[in-house]
Design a protein around this ligand. Sequence first.
Ligand code: BES
Ligand code: ZN
Ligand code: ZN
Length: 473
Amino acid sequence: MSMVLTVEKAPEHGDCVIFVRPGEFTREGVSPEEFEGAKLSTLIWREAGRRIAYVGLGAGPVTADLVRKAAGTGVKLLRKLGGEEIHIDCAEYPELAGFAVEGGLLAAYRFEDFRMPDARKKSTLRTITVAVGKGEGESRSEVERSTIVAEAVNYVRQIGNQPANVITPAALAEKARELAAECHLQCHVLGPKELEDGGFGGILAVGKGSDNPPRLIVLEHRPTDGKPIVIVGKAVTFDSGGISIKPGEHMDEMKFDKMGGCAVLGILRAASRLGLPVPLVGVVASAENMPSARAYRPGDVIRSYSGKTIEVLNTDAEGRILLADAVGYAVKHFDPRLLFDLATLTGACIVALGRNRAGVFTSNPDLRDQLWGLGEMAGEPVWPLPLGEEFEEAIQSDLALVKNVSGTREGGGSVGAAFIQHWVGKAPWVHLDIAGPAWVSRELPYLEKGVTGFGVRLLTRYLLSLATQGPKP
Ligand code: BES
Ligand code: ZN
Ligand code: ZN
C-alpha cells in the first residue's frame, strides 16, 4: 500500500474518514452520548455500501499532531474492517493535509512477516485519497512530501522490526546496498578485513564476541558539491550487554538497538526521493554485542580509528565506542558542515525524559531551538539535556584518554554525550539519544507495537527546512 492521491472533494464511493468537532455531528438516530466528537472518539456510519469513520477532534486547537492521530485512528479502524480505498476528508484543514496523510500511511503499516497465513490480518488497503478542498496547490505538494517521508518511516520500521537472527550487521549492509541501487545513492561498506586494516579498534572490539562480524556502512547523496551534512547512526543488531551482560528481563527488546542506524537509511531514502539539494552522508556503525571467549572485556584498553584511546569499564556501554569510530571516520573523510548522531544510547535518557521524547545535546542554541520546534511539528518531540565539563570530568581515565562509563548512574545521558564529543572536532554537532522513543511497547493512534522509525521525520523536516531557507548554519 503506498498510493496517495490528492483531490479537491472526497468522492461519494469508498470508505471515508471525516473529522468532527463537538456539536458538528448530526445524524438521525445517534444521540450526543453515543458520539459527540470528543478527541479521538470514533463512530462508524454505514450508508449506500460505504463506511464513514467519524473521528472526533475535541474542542481544543487543531494541531499537526492531532490531525495525524485522528487520521491514523480513522484509517486503522477502516483498515481493520477491510477497507480498500480510504478517503480522508481534510477539506476544512487543507494546510494540515500532509499530516493527515502521514498519520494514515503510518497507521496502514503492519509487521506481519512471521505470522502464520491464517493469522495475517490481510490488509486490503490499496489507496489513500486525501481531499484538500480549495487548498489545492501548496497542499498537494505538502501531501507529496509527507507521503515520501511516511514511506521512508515505514521502510525503516520494516527493517527495524526484523529480529536479530535476520538483521545481522551484514544483512543491514545488504539492505543499504539495495537502497543505494534503488535511490541512486553511493554506497560503500567496510567489512571485517577493511575495518582491521583501517584501524577501527572500537567497532572491532564491540563486534568481537559475535559470530556475525561488524560493518561500517556509508551512504552518500550528492546533488551538489560542497561540505555535506553527515548523520551517524548506532546500529547494534543485538545488545546483550556483552561480558557486562544485561538482566534477562526485556533483553529481547535489544534487537531494536539498531534503530539509530536504521533511521539513517530512511533519511537518505527520503532525501533522495525528495530531491533535496543538500549534500548528505549517512555513516552507520553496525555490530552485535555478545559475550563469548573472544568478546572484549571490562578492563580492556582500545585504540579507536582516530587514535584516541578508550578504557572499557563496562561492555554494555558499547554504543559510544561504535560512535567513536564512526564519528572519527566521518570527521576525517567528509569534513562535515554539520554533524548529527542518532543512537539508542542510554537508559538514563529514558529515566530523564520518558519514552516519548528524545534527548537533544548540542552546544548550538539555534539548532537546539529549531529541532525542538520541528520535533513538535513532526510528532517526534525532543528535549534538551546538558553538555558540560562535569560530565567530561566523570570519564577521565588513568590509563587512556577516556573511560567508557563514569561509574555512577548520575547524568548518564550527558556522560554518553560527553564521551562522543571527544571525536567530534570543529563541526557543529547534535547528539540525539533516541533510547526512549525508538520503539513502542503498546499501540498508539497511528503506530502499532514495535519500532517507530524515530528520527526520520525530524531530520528530514530539518533538511527540508534548509532546502527552503537556504544554507544555514
Ligand atoms: N542500548 C543500551 C541503551 C538502552 C537501554 C536503549 C534501554 C534502550 C532501552 C546501551 O547500549 C546501554 O546498555 N547503555 C547502558 C550504559 C551504562 C552501562 C553506562 C545503560 O543505559 O544502562
Ligand atoms: Zn549496551
Ligand atoms: Zn546498546
